[in-house]
Design a protein around this ligand. Structure first.
Ligand code: BG6
Length: 294
C-alpha cells in the first residue's frame, strides 16, 4: 500500500493509492456515479476508465511494460513537449517521468479530482534546456476531463507540442469510424507527413492509419457500431486531432502489443502538433480534453 500518498491525498473510497503492476504507484479514483479510473504516477498515464457497469472504455495492452523505464502502452499517455520523432525521445518525456500529486478533492456533485505535477529537473534539462512546471488535472464524473497547464518558470520563451494520446477500446475495428473530419487537411505520418485532404464522412480503418488532422473541429466522435458505443472527444485550446491504428505489420513489430492487439483500439488524440505552442517566460498556458461516452 502507498501509505504516504494515501495519508496526504487519499479520500476514502473516492481516491486510493495502491501498488500497481511492477509495484509502481497507482491511483484508483471513483466518482459518486460509480465510474472508476486507474492512473499511474509514472508518466501521469491514465490506464483505465470504467463505466458504472464495469465496461472498460480504454484499451491497455496486456503486454504493457511496467518496468518504469518505457512508456505505458494504452490508456491516455501524455505527449509533451514533443510529438512523434525529433531530438527528444518519441512523444517527449512527460510519459516516462514520475509525476507528483499536489492536490485531491471531491466536489459536491460527486466528481473526484486529482492534480499531478512535473517540474523541470536535471534529467529533463539534460535533453530539453528549459525551466517549466507542468500540471495535469484529472476530473472524473459523468465525463472524464483532463487539463494540462504549463508554466514557463525560466527567463526565455520555449516551444512545445502536446497531446492526450487516448487509446479507445473497441470491439470491432471493421465497424469503427471517426467523424466529422471531411474537408480537413491531414498530414499522413505513414508517408513522411505528406499533406492530403479528407473526403470521407467516416474515417474507417481498412489498413494502417496515422494522420494528423490539422485544425480539427472541437468535437469529434468515434463510433463502434458493434458494441454499439460512441465516444465524444471534446478539445479546448488544441488545434489538431491525430487518428492512429498501427494495423498488422506495425503491431507485429511492437514488443508491448500483442500481434492482434491492433483490432481492439483506435487512438484519437487531441493536441497541438502541426503548429507548436510558444510560451513566453513567466506565462502559463492550458488546454483540456473532455471525453464522454454514450
Ligand atoms: C501516434 C503517432 O501518435 O503514436 C504514430 O502518430 C505512433 O506515428 C504512435 O506510431 C505510437 O507511438 P509510440 O511512441 O507510443 O509507439
Amino acid at each position: 500500500m502507498q501509505s504516504e500518498l494515501n495519508r496526504h491525498f487519499g479520500i476514502g473510497e473516492s481516491l486510493v493509492f495502491v501498488d500497481g503492476e511492477g509495484k509502481l504507484p497507482k491511483a484508483i479514483m471513483r466518482d459518486s456515479l460509480g465510474h472508476e479510473l486507474e492512473l499511474y504516477l509514472f508518466g501521469a498515464t491514465i490506464t483505465q476508465w470504467r463505466s458504472p457497469r464495469g465496461v472498460e472504455l480504454l484499451y491497455l495492452s496486456p503486454d504493457c511494460d511496467f518496468s518504469g523505464t518505457k512508456p505505458l502502452r494504452g490508456g491516455i499517455p501524455l505527449v509533451f513537449p514533443q510529438f512523434g520523432g525529433g531530438p527528444l525521445p518519441a512523444h517527449g518525456f512527460a510519459r516516462t517521468n514520475n509525476w507528483t500529486p499536489t492536490k485531491s478533492s471531491t466536489k459536491p456533485n460527486g466528481e473526484v479530482v486529482l492534480i499531478l505535477e512535473l517540474k523541470s529537473n536535471e534529467a529533463t534539462r539534460s535533453i530539453w534546456p528549459h525551466e517549466f512546471s507542468a500540471e495535469l488535472e484529472i476530473k472524473l464524473g459523468a465525463d472524464l476531463t483532463t487539463t494540462l497547464r504549463v508554466l514557463n518558470t525560466g527567463s526565455t520563451e520555449f516551444q512545445f507540442q502536446n497531446a492526450f494520446h487516448t487509446y479507445f477500446k473497441i470491439d470491432d475495428l471493421t465497424s469503427t469510424f471517426v467523424s466529422p473530419l471531411n474537408g480537413l487537411t491531414f498530414l499522413d505520418s505513414t508517408k513522411n507527413r505528406a499533406p492530403g485532404s479528407e473526403s470521407r464522412e467516416k474515417v474507417t480503418f481498412p489498413g494502417e492509419v496515422d494522420r494528423i488532422y490539422v485544425d480539427a473541429p472541437n468535437t469529434v466522435t468515434l463510433r463502434d457500431d458493434s458494441r454499439p458505443l460512441t465516444f465524444a472527444i471534446k478539445k479546448n485550446n488544441m488545434a489538431d486531432a491525430v487518428v492512429w491504428n498501427p494495423w498488422i505489420e506495425k503491431a507485429r513489430n511492437m514488443k508491448d502489443l500483442p500481434d492482434d492487439g491492433y483490432k481492439n483500439f483506435v487512438c484519437v488524440e487531441t493536441g497541438n502538433v502541426a503548429k507548436p505552442i510558444t510560451l513566453a517566460a513567466g506565462s502559463t498556458w492550458s488546454c483540456s480534453q473532455k471525453l464522454e461516452y454514450f
